[in-house]
Design a protein around this ligand. Structure first.
Ligand code: TPP
Ligand code: MG
Length: 160
């Protein structure tokens, strides 16, 4: 084919949470490999927030709510560099941490996918809100002692 590459007729926007993005982290490679004009927007609250929410709906007396400790649900420390994750697979992107930067980033992203027929990522820092949202407690894992097979995980779910 000569001239300009094919261009998507309508922009495709993938809007998902940071947790959901993690389930399919290698998807950027597929987007890059096949020149898919997809703008990925990740709402990054460093949390599996819906899991806190749904557990609370069904089991408000659960230990994690009494103690405000949510094993495995805070997705930080270390914070994930989603722009780096995308870039490592051939997808450009940028992070937005201030509301004033969002609109220009969206314009850049839409422009990129429309003109170049390439994928792009915008990692948007969003506030954590909802049940237990402020809790950044996380379990600690200690190195296995010699002679033991598994690392020990301290979590409020274990024991009583
Ligand atoms: C592979 C896989 N594992 C687990 C789940 C269960 N699950 C559904 S949504 C979700 C958390 C989503 O978190 P995030 O995308 O960050 O959205 P938030 O609620 O924080 O906005 C989990 C663990 C799933 N759907 N698929
Ligand atoms: Mg999240």
């Amino acid at each position: 084919m000569r001239g300009r590459p094919p261009v998507a007729e309508r922009p495709v926007v993938l809007n998902l949470g940071d947790g959901a993005l993690g389930y399919s982290a290698v998807g950027f490679w597929t987007m890059a490999r096949y020149n898919t004009a997809v703008l990925t927007i990740v709402s990054n609250n460093e949390s599996y927030q819906v899991v806190r929410h749904n557990w609370y709906k069904d089991m408000p007396d659960a230990k994690m709510f009494r103690e405000n400790k949510y094993p495995g649900l805070w997705l930080s420390a270390p914070m994930v560099d989603y722009v780096g994750l995308a870039r490592s697979q051939g997808v450009d992107g940028e992070a937005v941490t201030s509301p004033k930067d969002l609109e220009p980033a969206l314009k850049r992203g839409l422009d990129k996918i429309a003109r170049e027929n390439r994928p792009y990522l915008i990692d948007v820092s969003v506030q954590r809100e909802g049940i237990g949202a402020e809790s950044t407690w996380c379990s600690t894992v200690s190195a296995p002692r010699s002679g033991t097979r598994a690392a020990r995980v301290s979590s409020p779910a274990a024991g009583s």
